[in-house]
Write a protein that binds this ligand. Structure first.
Ligand code: BES
Ligand code: MN
Ligand code: ZN
Length: 502
């Protein structure tokens, strides 16, 4: 992560690159104007001779200033008065992408005090978040990278009004933790399926123990003893060293008597579909099928680093869905941890099986106040919402409202979808059937999960379309590879809805 600092705005003192802002009709903000004055009007002249309109997404570069070494990036905002927190985040992404293209090492962002509907502090935080999201790289397997291609950005200062400096500085205290969590999630999702296996996730969790998180890993022997046949059966086709793991992490940042809240992630490390094998074209992106578990891991790291005053249990149900002589068959009937019998209509509807046992176990053992699961659960949700929104399914309006609000603030947007028993797959010989189809399939998955959450207030986030940008024409945040979806959303949700704890 690059280093960031907050400084009082002074047009005479900035790093080699100054980022300034313009609104509609290319009108410069006050700080931008004083920057232009320092450069003798060259910036305004350059803008006049261009197509630049000051709209969102536009970033104009004026290079070669002050005898060559200085540079100004003019970032378009559109309507300044309507700027919300997430708009600043999106502009941070615009700036970050340009910084990466240009290979810059440092920049001063001249923010000033006009931030539209957002406070200066929130705007600064969101800008830096966007910058960080845009500058993330996963290049560790590129052994032939040339120096000119390497990541360069090291340092950014945000310039604000002198009297706002200390407040803004304080507001940024949790940013590093948030971004470290987001990076961890993106790394886990980006890692190839020959490396990111169930035990790799367990090892990763154990590394978090250093941050004060209690970690328990249930291996296949323990899972067998507990009767967690659904998760075991999904992973049965994998080799012995790739057998399922249920990872349970506990972070206690609030008082002991504050009830824990649970977040459970789908960790299908790779989803071939099993005997209901996925065709070519549908299988390639399936390393992302552990993005729910990846988000839980990153969330726990972020909470611990931020020292959030919340009590949270994070669980990851990890298994590999492959074909072999040990793999499960369509029409198998399994007895779940909860006791319900499950008929396998389709071995490719494996995520709900892994989650069903994970959810039931966490509820049974930990009795959380409420539970949210995250899963790349259905292609149907991806068809419905594309790469812009995740599906939100909940029987609890309070949870749903709070999650929707967090989605708006963080830009990890959610759209509420129905959880209605009318969508349930019809079982023939058992209590429930895991199948679904293209029509309303996201709700069929949700209805299945609801059975295993029982009376516990519950919400399900289907992140199939937003977890990995491959294969999506308009991906979430337009970033490459894994997006880290869920971490920023849930940090916001947990910190803001854990009443009286913050
Ligand atoms: N992991 C997939 C869902 C998925 C699809 C995630 C695309 C990310 C991108 C899930 O396990 C799956 O295969 N779902 C089936 C369910 C069906 C067999 C009931 C689907 O969506 O087709
Ligand atoms: Mn599947
Ligand atoms: Zn899957």
């Amino acid at each position: 992560m690059f280093k960031f600092s907050v400084v009082p705005f002074d047009p005479k003192r900035s790093l080699k690159t100054a980022v300034i802002f313009a609104q509609e009709k290319a009108r410069l903000l006050p700080e931008a104007k004083s920057m232009d004055r320092i450069h003798k009007g060259v910036v305004v002249k350059a803008l006049k001779n261009s197509r630049f309109q000051g709209g969102p997404g536009e970033v104009f570069t004026v290079a070669g200033l002050s005898g060559g070494e200085r540079r100004v990036l003019v970032c378009g905002l559109g309507k300044l008065e309507e700027m919300k927190e997430n708009d600043w985040r999106m502009r941070g992404l615009d700036i970050g992408k340009r910084i990466d293209e240009l290979g810059l090492a440092e920049a001063t962002i001249c923010l000033g005090s006009q931030c539209g509907e957002a406070s200066t502090g929130k705007a600064a935080e969101a800008l830096l978040e966007g910058l960080h999201l845009a500058l993330y790289r996963f290049d560790r397997f590129k052994t032939e990278q040339k120096p000119h291609q390497e990541a360069r950005f090291r340092r950014v200062s945000v310039a604000v009004d002198r009297d706002a400096v200390s407040g803004v500085r304080q507001g940024l205290s949790g940013l590093e933790g948030l971004m470290a969590g987001s990076d961890l999630t993106r790394e886990l999702v980006n890692l190839p399926p020959n490396i990111a296996l169930p035990q790799y996730m367990a090892d990763e969790a154990n590394r978090l123990a250093d941050l004060g998180i209690r970690v328990e890993v249930l291996d296949e022997t323990r899972l067998k003893r507990l009767g967690m046949n659904l998760i075991l059966t999904v992973g049965a086709g994998a080799t012995k060293d790739q057998q399922p793991r249920l990872i349970v992490m506990k972070y206690q940042g609030a008082a002991k008597d504050v009830p824990f809240r649970a977040i459970v992630g789908k960790g299908v490390m790779f989803d071939t579909g099993g005997y209901n094998l996925k065709p070519t074209g549908s299988m390639e992106a399936m390393k992302c099928d552990m993005a729910g578990a990846g988000a839980v891991m990153g969330l726990m790291k972020a909470l611990a680093l931020r020292k959030s005053r919340v009590n949270v249990i994070g669980a990851c149900g990890c298994a590999v869905n492959v074909v072999s002589d040990k793999a499960y068959l369509p029409s198998a009937i399994l007895t779940s941890y909860k006791g319900l019998t499950v008929e396998i209509g389709n071995t490719d509807a494996e995520g709900r099986l892994v989650l069903a046992d994970s959810i039931a176990y966490v509820i049974d053992k930990e009795k959380p106040r409420d539970l949210i699961d995250l899963a790349t659960l259905t292609g149907a949700c991806m068809v419905a919402l594309g790469g812009q929104y995740a599906g939100l399914f909940s029987t609890d309006d309070g949870m749903a409202e709070a999650l929707l609000a967090s989605g708006k603030r963080t830009g990890e947007k959610l759209w509420r979808m129905p959880v209605d028993d009318a969508y349930a797959a019809k079982p023939l010989l058992a209590d429930v059937n895991n199948n679904g189809n293209r029509y309303g399939g996201a709700s069929t998955g949700a209805v299945f999960l609801k059975k295993f959450a029982g009376e516990t207030p519950w919400a399900h986030l289907d992140i199939a379309g937003v977890a990995l940008s491959e294969k999506i024409p308009e991906p979430f945040l337009q970033v490459k590879g894994a997006t880290g979806f869920g971490v920023r959303l849930l940090v916001d949700y947990l910190e803001n809805s854990s009443d009286g704890e913050r």
